[in-house]
Write a protein that binds this ligand. Structure first.
Ligand SMILES: NC(=O)c1ccc[n+]([C@@H]2O[C@H](COP(=O)([O-])OP(=O)(O)OC[C@H]3O[C@@H](n4cnc5c(N)ncnc54)[C@H](OP(=O)(O)O)[C@@H]3O)[C@@H](O)[C@H]2O)c1
Length: 325
């Protein structure tokens, strides 16, 4: 391990950071050593990372001192916040600042900050096209990340801002996938009208982060948005129909119905879809597909992601064949 450059990875047991850990640990050049940060080094996911060759260290994003230790001697740090664990933009901003301060303290050579737009730069608080939430946000889980961008830059960190996209895995894990209606027909339902939604296979975010770190000088100080496809709900439904061998339609739910569903974070997500719809051109342009593929030539399209993941959906021809139906 001597001489290898350390990449300190927050969220290492999660989707984005986990993807980066796997890519870095499997990299044939072997130039990097992965330091996986977790609150719980004894968890099964942490032990798995250790078995794969990572150094697992205890750290908590709410504890700045633990981060300073965990970032010690790191060549690069990948920083991501667990918004959906607490649904608090204030706490998310505090966690981001803790990581930024720790990276500065530890003289980390390159920080990759997993971020999103501050939507208030597009829709100021008095603009009621998007309702204000929690008194000072439009899309809370976006805005605090965007606000943190200014902090990362303001303290003079060597940083790359990695703007991520909607994970297609949400169709499997977050209950956003096809559901049967009263007529038995499957539908995906988003309040996106006919606007395009940039999406990505979450594992590709980790690969993008790794390639940014490998090409430090090219990406330092830049903002790069990543996506594997920009698709309308209708196109996603058609691709799902082909992949699952069963008709899936797209239902354009009214934003207010989505907002009122009562699910945790429903208002935040309703505003997110509304923002993406109102600013479709800018939001897609910030995730240019050609630029993302220059960064990661193997970036999956939705069709490619579906062909690898269709067996994980609870519906479809693949499953019916498997169950002998
Ligand atoms: N879902 C989407 O479509 C989407 C799209 C773009 C961006 N995002 C953003 O992605 C972020 C979440 O990333 P993810 O999906 O990779 O996360 P994830 O899979 O939900 O995992 C959360 C990670 O955060 C770690 N964690 C939580 N609280 C922590 C704390 N106090 N200190 C240290 N580590 C902590 C967990 O590690 P331990 O439990 O091991 O400590 C775990 O590794 C959110 O901010 C979300 O807004 C999501």
């Amino acid at each position: 391990m001597a001489g290898k450059r350390i990449i300190a990875v927050t969220g290492a047991t999660g989707a984005q950071g986990g993807g980066l850990c796997r890519v870095a640990l499997e990299d044939r050049e072997g130039l990097y050593k992965v330091r996986a940060l977790t609150r719980n080094p004894g968890s099964e996911k942490a032990k798995e990372l250790e078995r794969m060759g990572a150094e697992v260290v205890a750290a908590d994003l709410d504890d700045a001192e633990s981060l300073k230790k965990a970032f010690h001697c790191a060549h690069a740090a990948f920083c991501v916040t667990p918004y959906w664990e607490h649904l608090s933009p204030k706490r998310e901003l505090a966690q981001a600042r803790n990581m930024a301060d720790a990276a500065k303290h530890a003289h980390v050579g390159h920080v990759v900050w997993s971020t999103l737009e501050d939507t208030r730069d597009f829709v100021p608080l008095p603009d009621d096209r998007v309702p204000t939430l929690m008194g000072s946000y439009k899309v809370p889980h976006f805005d605090a990340k965007g606000e943190a961008d200014r902090y990362f830059a303001g303290i003079g960190l060597p940083v790359t801002f990695l703007r991520t996209s909607f994970y297609w895995e949400n169709l499997i894990h977050l209950g956003m996938g096809p559901k049967a209606g009263p007529d038995g027909e499957l539908a995906i339902a988003f309040p996106m009208g006919d606007a395009k939604l940039p999406g990505i296979a979450v594992g590709d975010i980790g690969r993008c982060a790794f390639n940014i770190i490998r090409n430090r000088l090219e990406y330092l100080g830049r903002t790069i948005g990543v996506a594997g496809d920009h698709l309308t709900g209708q196109s996603m439904a058609e691709a799902l129909t082909r992949a699952l061998g069963r008709k899936v339609r797209y239902e354009d739910v009214p934003t207010d119905a989505y907002r009122g569903s009562g699910a945790p974070g429903a208002e935040d997500l309703a505003n997110m879809f509304l923002f993406k719809r109102l600013f479709e051109r800018e939001y897609c342009a910030a995730r240019d597909l050609a630029a993302a593929r220059r960064l990661h030539p193997g970036m999956k399209s939705f069709e490619e992601w579906l062909s690898e993941n269709r067996h994980r959906f609870p519906f479809g021809e693949v499953q019916r064949k498997a169950s002998g139906e």
